[in-house]
Design a protein. Structure first.
Length: 442
């Protein structure tokens, strides 16, 4: 009964620790990146101010209302004078006046600058929204790069672990064979050197994995990595020619892919919104060439006694027409600057299109190269594994040398490493293509 209680207690403790330390899978890492990455947070903060900017732009269409109140107190001192030889004293006079009122003013016409400002601010808001989307997509892509790179180091670590175990087993067999005189002592020393080399390779692989984890934790903004143990669930390395055919068919029409990228890429849509904002800027700049008309109204009270201030009231209305005949060529400068901003926005849009085309071509080429690398390295692994087994069998039978075994084992390790790199490179190439098309998501 006591042992049963202890087992149950251990299970409860294990479950509690498991709940407190969620596994950091690729999907979880992407989720954290979208929530915590510094660039995404800054883009989100910038976007949050744009809604207020739009409200302020609409607010210019409504009257501005204000209340006022004032009081004046005046003391007048009259100097003394002499009348008939008799000095007369001066006197102090006190006066006061109180005012209170409410007033409103509204712009009736300003050359359509107010409406163009609304269009400009709305375009900037949409551009900010696209910038936020771009930051999120970039965070997703970078997280895939970091996580899959970490997975690469993990797979290479396993390869080095297997190599070390194999070398240790081989050292045990050679040592036993040397004891009975069937293997030279030189082979024992040579195999010990190989074991040492494999141990160093394993240490380096572990260090590479630890650094890859640190890079990922830093990018995700995780301050307590012990609470996020890594899990590689959901990453499939089973890749065959059927998938290649499906991918090649999906990404065969370049012009269709280019149109898809223009539709989904947030940087392209942001550039279009920036161009729209610059067009509104030209209208705003030209509005100074037109007259402006504003209206005002006020209602107030005034009295020299605060208790009777409401006895006297004033209601007034007014119109104000302004037209600038000459302002030192300031309007001309503003219009030219706005036109230059539009030309720069057009050039930025064209450059974005060129960049999308280049990125798409590069991503498709990288995907094709990654497919070829997988085919070559898969075949190399099969051949290297067979060559290693043959060399080991020949050496165990006394028909081969240890050098042949070491060479075959080194070739096999290289083939395995190349295949791991090719598989991870293919997975990254797929994500790169999705990122280029603007379709990458959580």
């Amino acid at each position: 009964m006591k042992q049963f209680v202890q087992v149950v207690s251990l299970l409860i403790i294990g479950a509690t620790v498991s709940m407190a330390q969620p596994t950091l899978t690729l999907d979880k890492a992407v989720q954290l990146a979208v929530e915590r990455n510094s660039t995404v947070v800054q883009a989100r903060n910038t976007y949050s101010t744009q809604e207020t900017a739009v409200q302020a732009a609409y607010g210019n269409l409504f009257p501005s209302v204000g209340v006022s109140g004032s009081g004046d107190w005046t003391k007048t001192k009259t100097p003394g004078y002499v009348v008939g030889g008799v000095a007369q004293g001066g006197q102090d006079d006190f006066s006061s006046y109180y005012r209170a009122g409410i007033g409103a003013s509204v712009t009736l016409f300003d050359g359509f600058a107010n409406y163009s400002t609304i269009d400009q601010v709305k375009a900037r808001k949409e551009a900010s929204s696209e910038n936020l989307t771009s930051a999120q997509q970039n965070a997703i892509y970078q997280t895939h790069l970091l996580f899959l790179s970490m997975f690469r180091t993990f797979e290479l670590l396993k390869v080095n672990e297997d190599n070390l175990k194999r070398s240790q087993r081989q050292l045990t067999r050679i040592t036993e064979a040397n004891k009975v005189g069937s293997v030279a002592l030189a082979d024992v020393y040579r195999q010990r050197v190989q074991v040492g080399s494999d141990e160093l390779a394993l240490i380096q692989s572990q260090n590479n994995l630890d650094k890859a984890k640190a890079d990922l934790y830093s990018y995700l903004g995780i301050d307590n990595p012990d609470n996020y143990p890594i899990g590689f669930e959901g990453i499939s390395t089973d890749i065959d020619t059927v998938e290649f055919e499906m991918m090649n068919s999906k990404y065969s029409n370049f012009e269709s892919l280019l149109n898809q990228a223009k539709e989904h890429r947030p940087d392209y849509r942001s550039a279009k919104q920036s161009l729209s904002a610059s067009e509104s800027g030209i209208i705003i700049a030209k509005s100074s060439n037109l007259p402006s008309l504003s209206g005002s109204a006020s209602y107030g009270y005034g009295s020299d006694e605060l208790s009777s201030i409401t006895d006297n009231s004033t209601l007034s209305f007014g119109l104000n027409l302004q037209y600038s005949i000459f302002n030192g060529f300031l309007t001309k400068l503003q219009v030219e600057q706005a036109q230059v901003n539009k030309m720069n926005a057009e050039e930025q849009l064209n450059q974005t299109i060129r960049q999308i085309r280049f990125d798409l071509q590069k991503a498709i080429l990288d995907l094709g190269a990654a497919q070829k690398q997988i085919k070559v390295t898969t075949t190399s692994v099969e051949s290297a594994e067979m060559d290693r087994k043959i060399a080991e069998e020949k050496y165990n039978l006394g028909a081969g040398t240890l050098l042949d075994v070491l060479i075959a084992q080194a070739n096999y390790t290289t083939a395995i490493n190349n295949n791991v790199n090719a598989v991870i490179g293919y997975l990254l190439s797929k994500k790169q293509l999705e990122f280029t098309l603007g379709t990458i998501s959580q």
